[in-house]
Design a protein around this ligand. Structure first.
Ligand SMILES: [Zn+2]
Length: 366
């Protein structure tokens, strides 16, 4: 199968730029978009299990572009400026070390759905300072409360919107449903909803940052569930383990926190563990039966679950909070692979040293 090389596309681009609206944009930015597309296709071809097929661009979704040969300048302690091609200098709030920003050679400018511009600099990960604690923990990602640890802590995510904000959002969503597609009024409502959603996303991210920082600071070994598997276990259609009983739970899990948020939680946990000054292991375990197994005697049956909240073993009559029991099982499974005893069903996670891209608000200087 023949494919069009990125260099052919570059040639077509320069032809297409002659005398058209494309010519008014920055050629550097447009070429970078071609390279991004090329990489996205190559990733997908070479590793289809890990990368999905590149999708068509959609107005208002993932808006952004890359800047190469970045130049930045310092204004004062709080503000810096970056040179955006064809736009000029754009001001941004400095939220990391200025030396790190200066070391960056490229950046990505994005527009979120609430209409806010951000700039992310590609910089090496910052070092996470910590002392060895010799403490270990298992985490249960739950339905009723978002996180339960084997040490009975409950660093659950707070409500992301206040009752008033929630009400406003619901009211606007109802309003949107009755408005004519493409009308200005509908666009205004859409923007209002997007702003509330952005607030929600910001608060969720903030909670993820704080919680993962605390965990990496406090524990040398952190055992978590493989949620891709857990979502299958909790499929709405039911599984061999628990046929058809999980419809409400699954819906609850989706409602309380999306799998995307858990992916970010895990990513930030491994990022910070990898950047830590003393060893932190993040162990990912198979979640199968962790909610039904007795952490006291190991007996596994669905009859151990009295209800959503309570665990009571039918053999040894061990009783506990269901989430704490699950977190204990996850810890035991994780410790087994690190050679500290317990049960199998776990695979160690190699924490990747990927440079976290921290977005910061960008303001165009008039
Ligand atoms: Zn038992």
């Amino acid at each position: 199968m023949a494919s069009i090389s990125v260099y052919d596309q570059k040639r077509s681009l320069s032809e297409a730029r002659q005398g058209t609206w494309l010519g008014e944009g920055s050629s550097v930015v447009q070429q970078q978009a071609l390279f991004d597309l090329d990489r996205a296709f190559k990733n997908w071809w070479n590793n289809p299990g890990h990368f999905s097929r590149p999708t068509w661009r959609k107005a208002g979704v993932n808006e952004g572009f890359a800047i190469r040969d970045l130049s930045v300048r310092h204004i004062n302690r709080r503000w810096g400026e970056a040179l955006v091609p064809k736009c000029g200098w754009a001001r941004f709030r400095i939220s990391r070390k200025w030396a790190d920003i200066c070391a960056a050679t490229s950046a990505r400018v994005t527009l979120d759905r609430a209409g806010r511009w951000h700039v992310s600099f590609t910089t090496p990960p910052t070092v996470f300072k910590r002392q060895p604690t010799d403490a270990v923990v298992g985490l249960d990602m739950g339905v009723a409360s978002t996180v339960t640890t084997s040490n009975r802590e409950n660093p659950s995510m707070p409500a992301l919107l206040s009752p008033g904000e929630n009400q406003r959002k619901r009211r606007r969503e109802r309003k949107l449903a009755g408005q004519q597609k493409g009308s200005n009024r509908r666009n205004v409502t859409k923007h209002q909803i997007a702003r509330l959603s952005a607030r929600e996303t910001d608060r969720r991210k903030d909670w993820i940052e704080k919680t993962t920082t605390t965990l990496v600071r406090e524990y040398d070994i952190i055992c978590i569930e493989d949620l891709k598997v857990k979502n299958m276990v909790r499929s709405a259609k039911g599984t061999v383990e628990n046929p058809g009983n999980n419809v409400a739970q699954k819906r609850g899990l989706n409602r309380s926190i999306s799998s995307q948020a858990w992916a970010l939680f895990r990513q930030r946990l491994t990022d910070k563990a990898a950047a830590a000054t003393s060893l932190v292991a993040v162990v990912v375990v198979n979640p199968a039966y962790t909610s039904q197994r007795c952490s006291g005697c190991g007996h596994t049956t669905s009859e151990n679950r009295k209800n959503q909240a309570e665990f009571q073993c039918v053999v040894c009559s061990y009783t506990d909070n269901a989430d704490v029991n699950a977190a204990n099982n996850i810890l035991a499974a994780g410790l087994a692979v690190t050679g500290r005893g317990g049960t199998p069903h776990a695979k160690p996670e190699i924490a990747e040293h990927s440079g976290p891209m921290k977005r910061q608000p960008l303001v165009l200087v008039a």
